[in-house]
Ligand binder design. Structure first.
Ligand SMILES: Cc1cc2nc3c(=O)[nH]c(=O)nc-3n(C[C@H](O)[C@H](O)[C@H](O)COP(=O)(O)OP(=O)(O)OC[C@H]3O[C@@H](n4cnc5c(N)ncnc54)[C@H](O)[C@@H]3O)c2cc1C
Length: 437
């Protein structure tokens, strides 16, 4: 068997069911495709991948390349439209099997199905490596639970997927020639750094403290080392698997005890799980204005308002601080994400997709399922049983930044100027101040 292993969000050796399967062939070719579309700008002015994620991705690929070399294997980095790249390889190469980790976002699902149709003589196998459950254990694929609570209840007794052990050896590379150059990332240490080794280092450091035992009380904080787990960048790129994290959590609980906080970490991993299967079920509507509900929200697109939100020059200091942190670091706490998303949708009355697109560009932990799912939830076109969330920005600032430290750290000044300088017909507006919090 000559196997092609198509890496996606599974950049690791440990607990990687797709790699374990790929290890069974006679020859093995391992590829990762950089989708060139990611560097283009969309109609809202957002790029698919900004500098933070690009750095993290390159670090993760180099780390994996290093690990694969120890097995005598090579990671080939290719660029182009991923479906076309793989199709071209399958036409030219000696492959009779393709494996990858199961994908949940519509584009990835469609690419896979197109390849299956185009190459009926080749075996295509997807493995559940990025989730806690595997597809065959989910009994609701046609009748997907409408809300997170229903999803969680439906899976209460379902078994988690088993953790697989690391392969002891890998087949030799095929003689098929492929370019595998990979530009190294800038030579300076930035946190979080990509790669399974850095992910494991972070995991050890986190569980080396007692933070997991107070997670429920601190998880909403806007900042603070270990106020939340910080696992998301490694999870999004698959440098860590959610099952691997769950195992470490169980070890921590065995030593330090189970409490509501440790249980809440599993609860949050279940949210991630929910959004993955939810994305797979809802397909294209996850990217549509009217979302999975099919209801068109009453928002529009005012470029000037969007730029103020993006650049952190709105009348709300707390929003501005969050937007500055996001641009500087590629990360924002969950509470911060909720605050700025609610502001974009409710105060600025903008199309939620332009906010989601900006998050896609900036977030180091961007994941289409969680990002679109959370944005739709807040915009009222997703899985929220309450039909969307509107956070009171003044109350949020008082609750989560009572002393103003966060706003000071991230230059969260208020900009009380009117939101718009032109009216609907492009006439200059009269200067009128917006009430600032
Ligand atoms: C508008 C918006 C957009 C978001 N976009 C993304 C995204 O692109 N990628 C992403 O990984 N998360 C996204 N989230 C979810 C959440 O904000 C981040 O997962 C979390 O802040 C990451 O920090 P952490 O690892 O310390 O989380 P923790 O609080 O420590 O949670 C542990 C893990 O649980 C998962 N998780 C926690 N909350 C959520 C949630 N609401 N939805 C899905 N999974 C969750 C994550 O994998 C996280 O690493 C978004 C949330 C909002 C409100």
């Amino acid at each position: 068997m000559n196997t092609l292993y198509w890496l996606t969000d599974d950049l690791r050796i440990e607990d990687n069911p797709a790699l374990t399967d790929a290890a069974l062939g006679e020859t093995l070719t391992i590829i990762f495709c950089i989708d060139e579309q990611c560097f283009r700008t969309d109609r809202f002015g957002n790029r698919g991948m900004g500098k933070h994620r690009w750095r993290f991705l390159r670090e993760s690929l180099l780390d994996l390349q290093h690990d694969l070399q120890e097995y005598g294997q090579t990671l080939h980095l290719l660029s182009g439209e991923p479906g076309e790249v793989v199709s071209e390889l399958l036409q030219k190469g000696p492959f009779d099997k393709v494996v990858r980790t199961r994908q949940h976002s519509i584009k990835d699902v469609e690419r896979w199905h197109a390849l299956i149709g185009d190459f009926p003589e080749i075996a295509f196998v997807e493995h559940d490596g990025s989730t806690l459950f595997s597809l065959p254990t989910l009994s609701f694929d046609n009748e997907f639970p409408a809300t997170f609570s229903q999803f969680r209840r439906a899976l209460e007794t379902a078994p988690f997927r088993p953790v697989v052990s690391q392969p002891t050896q890998l087949p030799k590379p095929s003689s098929f020639e492929l370019d595998s150059r990979l530009a190294p990332p800038p030579n300076k240490t930035v946190f979080p750094s990509g790669g399974a080794s850095n992910g494991k280092h972070h995991l050890d450091a986190y569980f080396g403290t007692f933070s997991a035992s107070t997670y429920k009380e601190t998880r909403n904080d806007l900042s603070g080392t270990y106020s939340s787990t910080g696992f998301s960048p490694w999870l999004a790129h698959g440098c860590l698997s959610p099952m691997y994290i769950l195992e470490r959590l169980r070890q921590y609980e065995a030593t330090n005890g189970v409490n509501e906080s440790t249980g809440w970490i599993v609860f949050e991993l279940m949210w991630r799980e929910f959004f993955r299967w939810h994305a797979r079920h809802h397909g294209e509507s996850l990217f549509e204005f009217s979302g999975v509900t099919g209801k068109r929200p009453l928002t529009s697109f005012y470029r000037e308002r969007f730029l103020k939100w993006r650049d952190g020059t709105t009348p709300w200091g707390i929003v501005n601080a969050c937007m500055h942190e996001l641009r500087e670091t590629g990360y924002l706490s969950n509470r911060g994400r909720q605050i700025v998303a609610s502001c974009l949708v409710n105060e600025l009355e903008l199309d939620w997709r332009c906010g989601a697109g900006y998050f896609e560009e900036q977030l180091v932990d961007y994941d289409p399922c969680s990002n679109q799912g959370n944005w739709q939830y807040i915009a009222g076109v997703g899985s929220d049983p309450r039909g969307g969330r509107h956070f009171d920005l003044v109350v949020q600032a008082k609750l989560w930044d009572a002393d103003g430290d966060y706003r000071e750290r991230w230059a969260g000044k208020e900009h009380p100027q009117p939101l718009d300088s032109m009216d609907y017909y492009d006439w200059p507006m009269e200067a009128k101040h917006v009430d600032s919090p």
